[in-house]
Design a protein around this ligand. Structure first.
Ligand SMILES: N[C@@H](CCC(=O)N[C@@H](CS)C(=O)NCC(=O)O)C(=O)O
Length: 202
C-alpha cells in the first residue's frame, strides 16, 4: 500500500487525499505536525530533502514530493487527466498558476491567520500583501469560470483539484468568496463529486 506523509489542515496534502479518495486508491496515512517541525527532522529529510509534506512513498518504495507531481502521477490514465495533448498542457497551465500566483498568497494568508503563534511577528505584516495577491488570483479564476463548469474542458480534472484545495478554505485567509459567484458555483460542483471528502478527513 502507498504511504502518504501529510498534515491534515494542509491544502497541498488535501489535493492528494482528495484525488486518491475519489479514485478509490487506498493508502496509509502518516501525520506530521509541521507546526512542531516534524518535517525538518533528519529522518524526514532523508525521505524528502525539501522538508515538506505532502510526500508519498509508493508501494514499490519509490518516493514523490510536490503535490502537483503526486496528483499528476495518480491521475494518469483516469478521467482526471485526459489524453488530449492541448488539454494536458492547459491542465499544467492552471497547476503552475496555482503554485506561482495562487497558493503563495491564498494559502499563506490562511496560514498567517490560523497559525499566528507559528509565525514571527514581522511576518504577520505580510498579510495585506498576501491578501492583495490572493484577490488577484481569485479574480483571474472568476473571469475564467464565467460561462464554464470546470477549468479545462467540461469535466473535473486535476487542475480543479489543485485549485480547489486552497480556494475552498480561502475564507480562513480573510478572503470574501461572496464576491466571486462563478467560483462559488464551481466549488459546489467539486463538493458534489461522488466520494468527496472534506479537507481534514483522511
Ligand atoms: N509546492 C509544495 C508545497 C509544500 C508545502 O509548502 N508544504 C507545507 C505544508 S502546506 C509544509 O510541509 N511546511 C512545513 C515546513 O516547511 O517545514 C507542494 O505543492 O507540495
Amino acid at each position: 500500500m502507498h504511504t502518504l506523509y501529510d498534515y491534515l489542515p494542509s491544502g497541498n496534502g488535501y489535493k492528494v487525499r482528495l484525488l486518491l479518495t475519489l479514485l478509490g486508491i487506498p493508502y496509509r496515512l502518516v501525520q506530521k505536525d509541521i507546526i512542531k517541525g516534524e518535517t525538518r527532522t533528519p529522518e524526514f529529510l532523508a525521505l524528502n530533502p525539501n522538508g515538506r509534506i505532502p510526500l508519498i512513498v509508493l508501494e514499490d518504495g519509490r518516493r514523490l514530493f510536490e503535490s502537483g507531481a503526486i496528483i499528476h502521477y495518480f491521475a494518469e490514465g483516469t478521467r482526471f487527466l485526459p489524453a488530449d495533448r492541448f488539454a494536458r498542457a492547459e491542465i499544467l497551465q492552471w497547476m503552475f498558476f496555482e503554485q506561482y500566483s495562487h497558493e503563495p498568497y491564498v494559502a499563506v494568508a490562511r496560514f498567517l491567520l490560523i497559525h499566528p503563534e507559528a509565525v514571527p511577528p514581522e511576518r504577520l505584516a505580510e498579510l495585506p500583501a498576501k491578501q492583495q495577491g490572493g484577490y488577484a488570483a481569485l479574480a483571474v479564476m472568476e473571469r475564467h469560470l464565467e460561462g464554464r463548469r470546470y477549468f479545462v474542458g467540461d469535466a473535473i480534472t486535476i487542475a480543479d483539484i489543485a485549485l480547489y484545495a486552497y480556494t475552498h478554505v480561502a475564507g480562513e485567509g480573510g478572503f470574501e468568496l461572496a464576491r466571486f459567484p462563478a467560483i462559488r458555483g464551481w466549488l459546489d460542483r467539486i463538493r458534489g463529486e461522488p466520494g468527496y471528502i472534506p479537507i481534514t478527513k483522511a
